[in-house]
Ligand binder design. Structure first.
Ligand SMILES: [Zn+2]
Ligand SMILES: [Zn+2]
Length: 127
């Protein structure tokens, strides 16, 4: 497979798995379901390149890296106990946050992608 078709296969798989924040091997599985010939190592390499280009977001949880499309701008909240990833709309992040960091760094900030880590409600109640 050529680079562009590899990227397309990964994008299609991420679309199939939308909302689940799949790992690389889950993406690999979804690509296989579509009968693409691709190796797991290629999936990893393609994902790395797409994260670098900003097409895909990498979300680090306690024990895995999970992936998501970036076409709608959003943030992530990660449970450090069970690894669950929750989406947060970009509009829900106060603009004061950017203003604060502009003051701290002198940057003119366009936007932010935030990952918040903590313990989810399910894990809090079962502990
Ligand atoms: Zn949890
Ligand atoms: Zn997400």
């Amino acid at each position: 497979m050529r680079n562009t078709s590899q990227r397309k296969a990964v994008l299609l798989a991420l679309g199939d798995l939308h909302g689940t924040h799949p790992t690389a091997s889950e993406i690999y599985g979804a690509i296989k379901v579509r009968n693409y010939q691709i190796g797991l190592a290629t999936v990893y390499r393609t994902l790395d390149a797409m994260v670098e280009r900003g097409d895909v977001a990498a979300v680090r949880t306690g024990n895995a890296v999970r992936y998501d499309l970036t076409h709608h701008h959003h943030h992530h909240i990660v449970c450090q106990n069970c690894g669950k990833v929750t989406d947060v709309d970009a509009s829900e992040v106060p603009s004061e946050l950017l203003t604060f960091f502009e003051g701290e760094t002198g940057f003119d900030l366009a936007d932010a992608t935030i990952q918040l880590n903590g313990i989810c409600a399910d894990c809090t109640t079962t502990r």
